[in-house]
Ligand binder design. Structure first.
Ligand SMILES: [Fe+2]
Length: 359
């Protein structure tokens, strides 16, 4: 089977996922956030996906889960069997297999951030929820958190996965979208302690110290059987990353004129990747570029290796910057270059575009 359909939806540092079966179009919505429902729905419609289930990786403290908004339409909610959430749900156990169309995923319990934290592993990816982050671990200072347990469960349950497994965390900071197990083993500073006790001692925090009125208000609604949720999400009430992570990278960026000169001397289409969605690429693209949507970049890492420099573009230069930072940290591209202004800047200068719809 080809890789799963994957859409990463980022919002205020929170990351939700649509994971779909290419054969049946059934999909799973992971960690949906209040206020973003129309985005998930329009994406499912656009890509012809049918929602099979919603999965909350844990009881969220920093933002409101939109799970109940989809449950009203008969969609089941999947969570850890140990959760204290009072809504009707399918309780999952460690090692259990979950089917999404023809896809099969394994449930992994990774407690520590919360007692009910789970991850989902299969088809070359692991959705880690709030446990293993890019260059860090989840915070462990909420009521019910346990920093030592977090460190030990991440090491025992996630770091032993195949090295090329894509790491898809519940939060993304520093403009990085995904990682791999190999990369986290090598670069994550929070995993360099001799054991969980040493990691916990380094944090100097106690469970409950991170709870604030905003966090507690989120928990009341996220634990409720049928909460009255607002239309607007508000901003995240807390950053969910523990201290100690460091992932800053600097990327070279060039404008349209320099890009035009480089374009004339490209060694092949794989040296310039357009990370917009396929429908955007089909409706107008810079000639001789390759289309790999940002969300699915992780499934194409082997073919991207060895192109140095690797040029990356999108509509305006924002998504391609995220791609460049992510690929550089992974070591896939040692010299990624972002096309500042994207295809809009290129088009403004009258440079060639192919595939524009007829007018
Ligand atoms: Fe969380």
């Amino acid at each position: 089977m080809s890789h799963p359909i994957l859409k990463i939806i980022s919002s205020d540092g929170c990351q939700s996922y649509l994971v779909g079966c290419p054969a049946t179009r059934a999909c799973l919505l992971v960690d949906p956030k209040v206020g973003r429902e129309s985005i998930y729905t329009s994406m499912m419609q656009h890509y012809g996906l049918e929602l099979a289930a919603v999965l909350d990786t844990h009881t969220h403290a920093d933002h409101l889960s939109a799970a109940t908004k989809f449950m009203g339409a008969g969609v089941p909610l999947w969570m850890s069997g140990s959760t204290q959430v009072k809504r009707e749900l399918k309780g999952l156990e460690h090692g259990q297999e979950l089917a999404v169309g023809e896809l099969r995923f394994q449930v992994l319990e990774v407690p520590g951030h919360t007692p009910d934290s789970i991850a989902l592993f299969g088809h070359g990816l692991v959705v880690t929820g709030d446990s293993l982050f890019i260059g860090g671990l989840a915070r462990a200072d909420f009521v019910g958190s346990d920093a030592e347990l977090l460190y030990n469960s991440v090491r025992a349950r996630l770091l032993n996965l195949p090295g090329d497994t894509l790491v898809l965390p519940g939060h993304g900071y520093n403009d990085l979208l995904f990682s791999t197990i190999d990369c986290e083993r090598e670069l994550n500073p929070c995993l360099r302690f001799v054991d969980g006790a040493a990691y916990a001692a380094s944090l100097d925090c106690s469970p409950g110290a991170g709870n604030s009125p905003a966090v507690d208000a989120n928990l009341v609604l996220n634990l409720h059987a049928s909460p009255e949720l607002p239309e607007s999400p508000g901003n995240a009430a807390a950053c969910c990353a523990s201290p100690g992570g460091s992932t800053a990278v600097t990327i070279e960026e060039i404008g349209p004129f320099e890009a035009k000169t480089i374009h004339a001397g490209l060694s092949g289409p794989e040296q310039w990747v357009d990370v917009r969605d396929p429908y955007e690429y089909e409706s107008g693209r810079i000639p001789g570029t390759t289309s790999i949507p940002l969300s699915e970049l992780g499934f194409h890492l082997p073919r991207l290796r060895g192109h140095d420099p690797l040029y990356l573009s999108c509509r305006s230069g924002v998504r391609s910057m995220t791609a460049a930072k992510t690929l550089q940290r992974l070591g896939v591209a040692s010299h990624p270059v972002n096309i500042g202004g994207g295809i809009l800047g290129w088009q403004e200068q009258g440079f060639p575009i192919e595939g524009l719809p007829a007018t």
